[in-house]
Design a protein around this ligand. Structure first.
Ligand SMILES: Cc1cc2nc3c(=O)[nH]c(=O)nc-3n(C[C@H](O)[C@H](O)[C@H](O)COP(=O)(O)OP(=O)(O)OC[C@H]3O[C@@H](n4cnc5c(N)ncnc54)[C@H](O)[C@@H]3O)c2cc1C
Length: 534
């Protein structure tokens, strides 16, 4: 998941240049600003308005009832919002854009879809790079841009945040208070999609998934009502929203637990391809033995060109006094070709990572997992996934000119018993993701990343990725190291998510979905995202 931001620094380190110069699209004009009132309009769509919603299509219904928030092709807001996506693979042609300003509007938006039986899409930060996950042809595109609550409670222990925000906005808001929350590692990634997927974050070894640190959800349900989900109010919904995506409702506000944060020691450490063996040893050693919860890392290998491989690791240590901590010693013992590690704020680090992202090109992430109870098994898992991935690259280069491939990489996210202990502490009621380090050992949740220029190559890249992923999974199965867990945030549209949560969690998710949405509005009319099946 980090490849996109790493490649430019890797290329700079190797003085290769060039690939990151593939231009992003020109910035569209900013949307007209609309301030969202913080604490009103939290009730369901008014009955009088619901009667008016019975029109031929969702867009007609919304235009008849809330015209000032419904935008059609040619308007500045439509054109801005319809380009406001991370990857070109997400671009579509919605019939209209609906931009609610409060939960009541969102309620009307859901009921417009339901009453007219019209499909709709919901977009938060727009970073789920899967065609159809957050956008739609011909239907209503409901964007979260104007749900802009951002406030601390009186003792600053909780942050209320609307789904309009990116993580960079949240961290920079919290920085003057010397506070942070568990969230995305790149500033431009959206708040809602990440929290609904689970949320791999820098503080995971201390506090678990980002979703484990959501204390309250305000959510618009399929019948248009505005509900709360907490550990004690609708606790089944509270559990399901932690990893269950858009299957249960539209979240209009998250309440997040805050914690102290001044500076962290963090950066990107890059080594040349001749050190891959030591690099892989360092990954396995960290995953098998690390006991320091302040640490977090993301190691990856990058095919910088058909003949050049480099390895990079994002290092994060939650301390404003300790540099080069002992837990990273195996990585730091490898000579670097570039190293940005230093003391900085979380906000600055997220910007450092995010500032290097090339958006508005074409992107594909694919997820998988190997598990291991000892260092040798974890090392084997890294080697197998890396070797099968790199062995498949000649086929990719045959289908897409190397000059059009902006990034080709694979990374491994250690999720160990430290992480699950952090989850249990932050969120005793559990989450839907079903990570079971107690019986399976450490997880290395890997992600293949391919970024390219030119939509004419989309089909070739998708076909290559599916075949390569099958080959990786066949190889890790043969070695007894495979696990079905595919982290949603890194998954491709062709992948299964909920099977990897375990049969019991998958069944419970289905049960909760049927309880809160018996007509399956959020599966049938909101087709985007990963859906709970029959
Ligand atoms: C460059 C990059 C870096 C990333 N880094 C990380 C990382 O550090 N950690 C991590 O865990 N993941 C990471 N991801 C993955 C990321 O978490 C997902 O892409 C996530 O979906 C992004 O959230 P978003 O709001 O931008 O998504 P969107 O694409 O807007 O939405 C994702 C899904 O959620 C639905 N949705 C959006 N808002 C709502 C809402 N309010 N209520 C209900 N459903 C909603 C959408 O319909 C869609 O199906 C990264 C992705 C990219 C591209």
């Amino acid at each position: 998941m980090f490849g996109s931001n790493l490649l430019p620094s890797v290329l700079t380190a190797l003085a290769l240049g060039g690939a990151s110069a593939h231009a992003a699209a020109a910035s569209p004009p900013p949307p007209p600003a609309r301030a969202a009132p913080a604490a009103c309009h939290k009730e369901a769509c008014p009955a009088a308005m619901v009667r008016l919603l019975a029109k031929a299509s969702g867009c007609e219904a919304l235009n008849a009832t809330i015209p000032e928030k419904t935008f059609f092709p040619g308007s500045a807001v439509y054109e801005f919002e319809n380009q406001n996506f991370w990857s070109n693979t997400e671009l579509k042609k919605p019939a209209c854009v609906f931009r609610p300003i409060n939960p009541t509007d969102v309620s009307c938006g859901v009921l417009a879809g339901q009453k007219t039986q019209s499909p709709f899409a919901v977009r938060g930060g727009g970073h789920m790079g899967i065609p159809g996950a957050n956008n739609i042809d011909n239907g209503v595109l409901m964007v979260m841009s104007n749900l802009t609550t951002l406030e601390l409670n009186a003792d600053k222990s909780e942050l209320s945040v609307g789904p309009a925000y990116r993580w960079g906005d949240v961290y920079s808001f919290l920085e003057p208070h010397s506070l942070a929350v568990a969230g995305g590692r790149l500033s431009p990634v959206g708040v809602p999609g990440l929290l609904l997927a689970g949320g791999v974050n820098f503080h995971g070894n201390q506090h678990g998934w980002a979703a484990d640190n959501v204390l309250e959800y305000e959510v618009v349900l399929a019948d248009g009502s505005v509900a709360k989900a907490t550990a004690t109010e609708n606790p089944d919904l509270f559990w399901a929203l932690k990893g269950g995506s858009s299957n249960f409702g539209i979240v209009t506000q998250f309440k997040l637990r805050t914690f102290a944060s001044t500076k962290v020691w963090a950066g990107t450490y890059t080594v040349s391809g001749e050190h891959l063996d030591e690099f892989f040893e360092a990954i396995a050693h960290f995953a098998a033995t690390n006991t320091d919860a302040k640490s977090h890392l993301v190691p990856m290998t990058v095919a910088a060109s058909p003949n050049t491989t480099v390895a990079s690791v994002i290092l994060f240590y939650d301390s404003d006094t300790v540099s080069n901590p002992e837990c990273f010693k195996k990585f730091l013992a490898i000579p670097s070709v570039s190293n940005t590690c230093d003391f900085k704020t979380l906000s600055a680090f997220a910007v450092e990572n995010g500032g290097l992202v090339v958006d508005h090109i074409n992107d594909l992430f694919i997820a998988g997992t190997t598990v291991g109870k000892d260092q040798a098994s974890l090392l084997k898992g890294v080697q197998i996934t890396n070797d099968v991935f790199f062995a498949a690259l000649p086929e990719l280069y045959a289908a897409v000119p190397p000059a059009n491939l902006s990034l080709v990489s694979i990374d491994w996210q250690p999720i160990t018993s430290l992480w699950t202990a952090g989850s249990a502490k932050s969120n005793p009621g559990g989450n839907a993701l079903g990570v079971d380090t107690a019986s399976k050992g450490a997880y290395l949740a890997w992600a293949e990343v391919v970024e390219w220029i030119g939509s004419e190559y989309d089909d070739a890249v998708f076909a290559w990725a599916e075949k390569t992923t099958d080959a990786i999974n066949a190889a890790t199965k043969a070695a007894g190291l495979y696990d079905a867990f595919n982290y949603m945030g890194d998954a491709a549209g062709f992948q299964e998510i909920y099977q990897g949560y375990g049969a019991a969690n998958e069944a419970r998710l289905r049960e909760v979905s049927r309880k809160y949405d018996p007509e399956r509005v959020f599966q049938k009319l909101l087709p985007g995202g990963f859906k709970i099946g029959n």
